[in-house]
Design a protein around this ligand. Structure first.
Ligand SMILES: [Zn+2]
Length: 449
């Protein structure tokens, strides 16, 4: 078992896999072939994890700009390493969602990783998982992978299919359905975006639904705080649930999920065989010491679809490579708090690119001033759902047509439907008092503490 090995033994194994992965990239990865040749790097000279620091970081923007260039192209590989199994999109909501390609090999690797996650976080084959993730316009990793996680654990799964309606088939379902489904299947694990999981619990309390089968909430896709997780436990207690476990799953489409071995603890790298993590200075690419806070960067060690080397996640955290004080497992752990350092903003669990949105709204004719505000639906309730409000100033006669245009452009740019408020121009920007207008305001950081 990998977690019985010492960190040095694990890193030796990682170095060996790194050499093989880099050799494949040197043969068939368009982006890195170009990048390394431009930088004059002989990648064969990268022999171990220490040498890896000499390779440049890869940014999210580089992946977004040309995702096709990140796919390994090696026609000599066996079918199962080449066949495209599934495509996930990193956001499902930016103007240009980024595809991450997974071959059969990568799908198996994710099953392997998920089985570890299940072992570490205590998902069992007797569990019934309620997938509460939204049905989005582009396939979202968390949604598709909920089934993979269930298969890997040998558990059962059902899906509530919430989300903003789109398409002609009318397959999205309302909140009440989620409450119904949990009862019908006697679900034991609620799996979803934190604010939506809480919505389901609150509705269940209102309806006096039978949630006594539920023993755990597994939340991901949006930052949550200890106070928020305690709020989920309060709801579970109010429902007389079988358990009050709340697992905060840190993860991403590019690297999958990390696992907590107990609530409120660090996040284990569940599969050191397939990915290596470092904390880096995002400006220089220099690796920081264990325990120092900086940007998390991931290197794939055994992938065949989209392959990333020293990929800067945009999130700020620290790393520990000593055995876990809670469970004794070796390998690396991500130490929080994890802070999203990227310029992308999460709204309703989906990444939104503010500049794409502002660019689109800037083109609406007849708008005097506008401002986008991300806030909680209910100011008095720091745990309520995110809301995107577009405050707009225009002539009263234009309001209806401008509302329609703003809604259309917002949905096209970031796939979030805004609430529109009409205000006086000087409420957004008073040239007598401010040097420039503030176009994008995220009010949530002050309300959710
Ligand atoms: Zn542990």
């Amino acid at each position: 078992m990998i977690f019985d090995l010492s960190i040095n033994q694990i890193e030796e194994l990682q170095s060996e896999r790194l050499r093989a992965m880099l050799a494949m990239c040197a043969r068939g990865h368009p982006f890195y072939r170009r990048r390394w040749s431009e930088a004059g790097i002989d990648v064969a000279s990268i022999r171990d994890l220490a040498d890896l620091e000499r390779l440049p970081l890869t940014t999210k923007q580089e992946l977004m700009a040309d995702p096709e260039a990140f796919r390994l192209r090696l026609p000599e590989l066996p079918l199962y390493e080449r066949a495209l199994w599934e495509v996930l999109y990193t956001t499902g909501s930016t103007a240009d969602p980024t595809p991450v390609y997974n071959t059969t090999h990568d799908y198996h690797a994710y099953l392997f990783q998920s089985r570890r996650v299940a072992e570490i976080s205590g998902i069992r084959e007797t569990d019934v998982i309620a997938n509460l993730f939204p049905l989005t316009q582009a396939p979202m990793g968390a949604f598709l992978r909920s089934t993979t996680n269930a298969y890997a654990a040998g558990a059962a799964i059902c899906a509530a299919l919430p989300g903003a309606a789109h398409g002609a088939f009318g397959v999205h379902r309302p909140l009440e359905y989620a409450v119904h489904m949990v009862q019908v299947h006697r679900a034991t694990v609620l799996w979803g975006v934190p604010s939506f999981v809480r919505r389901v619990l609150l509705r269940a309390i209102d309806e006096k639904a039978d949630f006594t089968s539920v023993r755990m909430c597994a939340i991901t896709g949006e930052a949550s705080t200890p106070a928020f997780r305690e709020e989920l436990r309060r709801c579970l207690r109010a429902l007389n649930a079988a358990g009050t476990g709340v697992f905060d799953r840190y993860g991403s489409t590019e690297l999958g999920a990390f696992a907590q071995c107990r609530e409120e603890s660090d996040w284990h790298n569940p599969a050191p065989e397939i990915q290596y993590h470092e904390i880096v200075d995002p400006q220089t690419g220099r690796r920081l010491r264990d325990g120092e806070r900086g940007m998390l960067a991931v290197t794939h060690l055994d992938r065949r679809g989209t392959v990333l080397v020293r990929f800067a996640m945009g999130d700020i955290a620290a790393i520990a490579r000593s055995p876990c004080p809670a469970c004794g497992r070796t390998g690396d752990r991500i130490v929080g708090p994890i802070v999203r350092g990227s310029d992308l903003v999460k709204v309703k669990g989906m990444l939104v690119n503010p500049s794409a949105l502002l660019g689109a709204l800037g083109g609406v004719q007849g708008v005097e001033e506008f401002q986008v505000v991300i806030r909680r639906e209910n100011d008095a309730d720091p745990y309520s759902m995110d809301e995107m409000v577009v405050r707009v100033a225009c002539a009263p006669g234009l309001r209806a047509v401008i509302e329609q245009q703003i809604t259309e452009k917002s949905v096209a740019a970031v796939q979030v439907r805004p609430r529109i408020e009409h205000v006086e121009a000087k409420e957004i920007y008073d040239p007598g008092r401010e040097t420039k207008a503030t176009r994008f305001v995220d009010r949530r950081s002050v309300t959710r503490t």
